[in-house]
Design a protein around this ligand. Sequence first.
Ligand SMILES: NC(=O)c1ccc[n+]([C@@H]2O[C@H](COP(=O)([O-])OP(=O)(O)OC[C@H]3O[C@@H](n4cnc5c(N)ncnc54)[C@H](OP(=O)(O)O)[C@@H]3O)[C@@H](O)[C@H]2O)c1
Length: 305
Amino acid sequence: MSEIPDFGRPVLVTGASGYVGQQVALALAAEGCHVAGIFLSRQVPLPKVDMVPVDLRDEAACRRLIRDLRPAAIVHCAAVTSLGFCQSEPESARAGNLHATRFLSHAVKEFAPSARVVALSTDMVFDGESAPYDEQANTSPINVYGETKADAEKHILSLDNGVILRSALVYGPPAREAHTFLSWIHEPLRKKRAATLFHDEVRTAVFVDDLVAAVMLLLRAEPPAESVFHAAGAEALTRMQFGQTFASAFDLPLDCLVPAKRAEAPNGQLRPRDLAMSCQRLIDAGWQQTPLGEALRQCRERWEI
Ligand SMILES: NC(=O)c1ccc[n+]([C@@H]2O[C@H](COP(=O)([O-])OP(=O)(O)OC[C@H]3O[C@@H](n4cnc5c(N)ncnc54)[C@H](OP(=O)(O)O)[C@@H]3O)[C@@H](O)[C@H]2O)c1
């Protein structure tokens, strides 16, 4: 295991105003890296991170960014992540997920060909009918979000030093102007109002700290023989089961949780049934999954700060 490559040159984090990108940027800054964080619309202030506005859908802007910065490494977190929005605005989804990644990859090939690029992808590249999915499983997306992310993966994999990190659904405490689905349960339950959760959608949700640790591990690792990695939690649970575990851990009223079916999802969302993923490659590399109970205990501690 080596250090994050070349501390003298910056590490670029795209999507640094987003939930995952914020925490990756902060973790890198805490290690003493010079971090440039890219945002689109929200200039979230992060200590020791240079926040730079760049629209990655603009090919010329992408080129300038990589040409001028020549980063030692890139963590690509920027994406259009709303399932419903992607489904109703497929061209916008393609622009933000696929074309932006293509432009970034082209610029890396031209100006920073040796940079380690860790690009976040998703369990939604799978159809949900053959879980658990390992790193060699064929992608088979059933919605626009999953399609655009699966297509974007190919551009990262065409790089000399590109790595795909497919994340399961992420959970953790609220960040600056950014949340996970836990907030959408916490907020109503704390007011003793109903929160609706699918009882027929299985996920192996991953604790955000574990996901950040996976990114750091992939940045540090010697060029790996494999290029696709999965980060997921050890527990395969329906959203409803996850909500119940969360509510119990936070002493929130369980009877406010209302079960729903995926078929009732708004905006024509097509939601895979079971996206459980296995993560053997990361585990073999020394990565560890925090047990759900312990992760929720840590979330609660930080939630109340
Ligand atoms: N969160 C999850 O549960 C989850 C699960 C699986 C995979 N992932 C993947 O993990 C990554 C991070 O997800 P997240 O939840 O952190 O996303 P998020 O909170 O929705 O943040 C998305 C980020 O992308 C930026 N962005 C969007 N379009 C852009 C563009 N054209 N140019 C530059 N920046 C742009 C946004 O900037 P502004 O906010 O400034 O507009 C924001 O910083 C994504 O690749 C996602 O597919 C997430």
